[in-house]
Ligand binder design. Structure first.
Ligand code: AMP
Ligand code: MG
Length: 484
């Protein structure tokens, strides 16, 4: 049988059609020397897109927005947002395009979106482009997050454009093809609310519910039901970040999704030594988005979301505020429940029912982590290792943990369950820098290898010891950059 290779993908333009007020029709810049750098084969399979096609000339042109299916209607999305607490009424996709939605192999609707595809009407003086290094970084870290089971946007491909982009120095340009269950953000609702067009806000609510929370379609008060759902999704997401030591770095309201997926891998990093004050972003001078502040910042962002929804929550503004406040009041409990449950799992204590004992054990562990500045990720693998090997041949736990260890091991933790819940491999900062440095010099091998390592985070493999180890002393203080 002769099966023809598909020559394109089917894209719908539901967002652009249903919410034209939030969509500026736009085209990608040509990519004169487009060259595929990485292609996410498992994701392409999930999306039901043919690999041969994606690797072909037409496929690479699709991945840079330069040859689209006839029906496609690419748009730059409008959104507002609080950036470091300051409101900007008009942000939007300054260097990105929504190509459209596609139906994945399981029937779900996913956005196909480009980042670095050229300046749009929202560029605000920016060049609209992106450099190879930061796009590979997003690819790597979003894959790691996905492998850790944390909701996230995904990266389908990074294509070098052949264009140089001006940063502190001239750098090779790239376009990232990003896949998300949608790109609706808190900032999308802030933008819609600011127009004063309440029917538009209601249409946005309906669109979000249909895409992310279809069970709520018949809710008595859809905006309230959506608020509740997003609070729940974000409480769960942030708890997962905190459990793996992920520092997002730029939790502006335009970078918080309605779906509960992690988005916008700019200055993010995984924490090395445990420190609630850990900040990696060079522009986060005040530490607003420090590791330990993330739950409170998420709550602050959700208050902004609720404010945007107010006109749709109830015609009576006092009643609308009361409804919103009641909902928001649930965030801390939902976050704490999710985080505590995650910690119980990380400590192999899932079967333990005594809440008071486990709560005290967890609180004391956090104090010990903080006082002793231990490498957060490896500690949990070292704990299970040390508990297996009481003779103490290898796993080093600081002596300060001795009495805590006794209390913990007395609860008979399930050590195998622990190893299935605590990653051995994360994209450690020094490894990320090493891989991106080589990639920038044209050697993608270390990058591909690191992607392969973090795609299977829980199974320790011989030969990969260096990927599980903390950064060498001389790596120094790590800094990341935004808007790259
Ligand atoms: P981010 O920090 O990536 O969430 O971006 C914040 C805003 O700046 C968004 O509106 C982006 O589209 C915009 N932006 C970031 N970098 C550029 C760039 N190089 N050119 C145009 N707009 C940009
Ligand atoms: Mg953003």
């Amino acid at each position: 049988m002769n099966v023809a290779t598909p020559t394109t993908v089917e894209l719908t333009s539901r967002f652009a059609r249903e919410l034209p007020e939030l969509a500026a029709p736009w085209q990608a810049e040509p990519a004169p020397g487009a060259r595929l750098l990485v292609l996410n084969e498992p994701l392409a399979a999930e999306l039901g897109i043919d690999l041969g096609f994606l690797r072909s000339d037409d496929g690479v042109k699709l991945l840079t927005g330069n040859r689209l299916p006839a029906a496609a209607a690419p748009v730059a999305q409008a959104y507002a947002g609080h950036q470091f607490g300051t409101y900007s009424p008009r942000l939007g996709d300054g260097r990105a395009l929504l190509l459209g939605e596609l139906v994945d192999a399981r029937g779900g609707l996913r956005d196909l979106h480009l980042k670095g595809s050229g300046p749009t009407p929202f560029a605000r003086g920016g060049d609209g482009f992106a450099a190879v290094g930061p796009m590979l970084r997003e690819y790597l870290i979003s894959e790691a997050m996905h492998a850790l089971g944390i909701p996230t946007t995904r990266s389908l491909a990074v294509v070098a454009t052949g264009r140089m982009v001006r940063r502190e120095m001239m750098l090779p340009g790239a376009v990232l093809a990003r896949v998300a269950s949608s790109h609706l953000r808190v900032g999308s609702f802030q933008y819609a609310a600011a127009t004063g067009d309440v029917p538009l806000l209601r249409r946005l609510v309906a669109h979000a519910i249909e895409r992310h929370y279809p069970d709520l379609t018949d809710a008595e008060n859809p905006p309230l039901a959506l608020l509740q759902a997003v609070i729940g999704a974000q409480a769960s997401l942030i708890a997962q970040w905190m459990l793996v030591g992920f520092v997002h770095g730029v939790m502006n309201t335009d970078n918080m999704t309605i779906s509960g997926e992690t988005i916008d891998y700019g200055p993010c990093a995984f924490m090395d030594d445990f420190d609630p004050r850990a900040v990696y972003s060079s522009i986060d001078i005040g530490g607003r988005y420090a590791f330990g502040s993330q739950p409170l910042v998420a709550e602050w962002n959700l208050v902004r979301f609720a404010e945007a929804l107010l006109p749709a929550l109830d015609d009576d503004s006092d009643r609308a505020v009361a409804l919103a406040q009641e909902c928001l009041g649930g965030f801390r409990r939902q976050y704490s429940t999710a985080w505590s449950a995650g910690m119980v799992t990380k400590l192999g204590l899932r079967e333990i029912r005594d809440d008071a004992v486990t709560s005290a054990l967890i609180a004391d562990l956090v104090d010990l982590l903080q006082a002793n500045r231990v490498d957060y990720t490896s500690l949990f693998r070292r704990l299970s290792g040390a508990a297996r090997d009481r003779s103490g041949s290898g796993e080093e736990i600081p002596p300060a943990f001795d009495s805590w260890m006794q209390r913990w091991t007395a609860l008979a933790p399930d050590l195998d369950a622990m190893d299935a819940a605590n990653p051995a491999y994360i994209p450690r900062n020094h490894l990320v820098e090493e891989a991106l440095g080589a990639a920038t010099e044209g050697d993608l091998e270390p990058f591909e290898r690191l992607v392969g390592v973090v795609r299977e985070p829980y199974a320790s493999r011989p030969g990969l010891e260096r990927y599980a180890q903390p950064a060498p002393e001389d790596f120094g203080r790590y800094r990341t950059f935004c808007g790259t």
